[in-house]
Write a protein that binds this ligand. Structure first.
Ligand SMILES: *Cc1c(COP(=O)(O)O)cnc(C)c1O
Length: 430
């Protein structure tokens, strides 16, 4: 689309980044299933390799289908640029990579997707990086955790497995004062329910595997840059502010301004780490994003109905859904997430571990899978699966104790979902 009026979300989710194919007029974005792109001549090739001209070289770095998705997500998030990756976890490594170095740390919320807790507490140590986990409701603890070696602060907007929502503005006030970038994983909220950049986030990461694609077909991830952080304000971010030996001493921030982080993500991150999204995956995700707002409205509507029903059921101990009036985060949810808090929540059963296992085995519409953000309703017993690698303390902090199941409410008929849960609870509770 041309520069013109600012379009609304529903228009941008269909059009941003895309234009009819100049060669054929194809209206839908073609899947450019090509590894390489012919240079106009040797000078053109040299300019591309020197980053003096922007264009397509090789699909590990850039691909026209993936580029449309990058622009689509960046626009919906209110960022200046984005880099798509092979998965959400790849996006998290890609997001940290330009910021971190041996001995440096990221301060992260305790309320995170289980896989992220494992990635941050175990795997990143191999790079010499480390993570410190703190309760982001305790802003003094957050401030105290930040030290001279901290290079980023990380949290989720609507946290997986549900029930918790972050006050991003309050956290951003702390990171702004500390001169650090705030990275927000916006997977569970999506830009329809929350735009972290408008609340002060520096970078947004996504697992596009989930709601953005929306139907459980492909894995993918994305890093979106707000373009607002001054990488040269301190000497903490030399990858972006100091001369880069791999490009003849080019300084990314000086050369590319507010696009420095995005260019670094492609020219160094994708080039050397190779966590590239393939054009087929980008195609499926583009298809999904076209209906994002419609799906999120229905996910929220259904989740409210199902959570309310579960909450009053005597077999249920408690339900953690930030969209319920009984939630301790109800006020924050209404203030920071006025369109709703998504389709994820956890249910604690009075019966404990065995009843949870029986419940997931007795459901008919809900599928027992390690995924979320699908059109179909999903359920998982986190303690025996996704959160299995965590200590009991970490499980409890993540809201994934042994008596808890996590549900991802789909866009089926809410009454059918309630009937399914009712019959399965009857079987599970004996
Ligand atoms: C699934 C998920 C991830 C990891 O994404 P993958 O695409 O599975 O690598 C990260 N954060 C959150 C909140 C998730 O739900």
């Amino acid at each position: 689309m041309s520069d013109g009026p600012t379009y609304g979300f529903d228009t941008l989710q269909i059009h941003a980044g895309a234009r009819p194919d100049p060669a054929t007029g194809a209206r839908q974005t073609p899947i450019y299933q090509s590894t390489a792109y012919v240079f106009r001549d040797a000078d053109h090739a040299a300019a591309l390799f020197n980053l003096q001209e922007v264009g397509y070289i090789y699909s590990r770095l850039t691909n026209p289908t993936v580029a449309v998705l990058q622009e689509r997500i960046a626009t919906l998030e209110g960022g200046v640029g984005a880099v798509c990756c092979s998965s959400g976890h790849a996006a998290q490594i890609m997001a940290l990579f330009p910021l971190m170095g041996p001995g440096k740390n990221v301060v992260a919320s305790t309320r995170l997707y289980g896989g992220t807790v494992t990635q941050f507490s175990q795997t990143i140590k191999r790079f010499g990086w480390s993570a410190k986990f703190v309760d982001f409701d305790d802003l003094d603890a957050l401030k105290a955790a930040i030290d001279d070696d901290t290079r980023a602060v990380f949290c989720e907007s609507v946290a997986n497995p549900g029930g918790y929502v972050t006050d991003i503005r309050a956290v951003a006030d702390v990171t702004d004062a500390a001169g650090l970038p705030l990275i927000v994983d916006n997977t569970s909220a999506t830009p329809y329910l929350c735009q972290p950049i408008s609340q002060g986030a520096t970078l947004v990461v996504h697992s596009t595997t989930k709601y953005l694609t929306g139907n459980g077909t492909v894995t993918g991830g994305c890093v979106v840059d707000s373009g607002r952080f001054d990488w040269s304000a301190s000497d903490k971010f030399p990858s972006l502010s100091a001369p880069e030996p791999a490009y003849h001493g080019l300084k990314f921030h000086e050369t590319f301004g507010n696009l420095a982080y995005t260019f670094h993500g492609i020219a160094i991150g994708l080039r050397d780490l190779g966590m590239t999204m393939n054009p087929q995956a980008a195609h499926y995700t583009l298809m999904g994003i076209e209906t994002l707002s419609l799906r999120m409205q229905k996910h929220v509507e259904n989740a409210k109905k199902v959570a309310s029903w579960l909450e009053q059921d005597p077999r249920v101990d408690y339900v953690t859904y930030a969209g319920l009036p009984s939630s301790p985060y109800a006020e924050r949810a209404a203030r920071c997430y006025p369109k709703g808090t998504g389709g994820l929540f956890t249910v604690a059963l009075k019966g404990g571990y065995d009843v949870c296992i029986k419940l997931v085995d007795s459901l008919e519409i809900f599928s027992h899978v390690a995924n979320l953000g699908d059109t179909r309703s999903l359920i998982i017993h986190s303690a025996s699966t996704t959160h299995r690698q965590l200590t009991p303390e970490q499980q409890a902090a993540a809201g994934a104790g042994p008596n808890v199941v996590r549900v991802s409410i789909g866009i089926e008929d809410a009454d059918d979902l309630i009937r399914d849960l009712d019959q399965a609870l009857t079987k599970a509770c004996g």
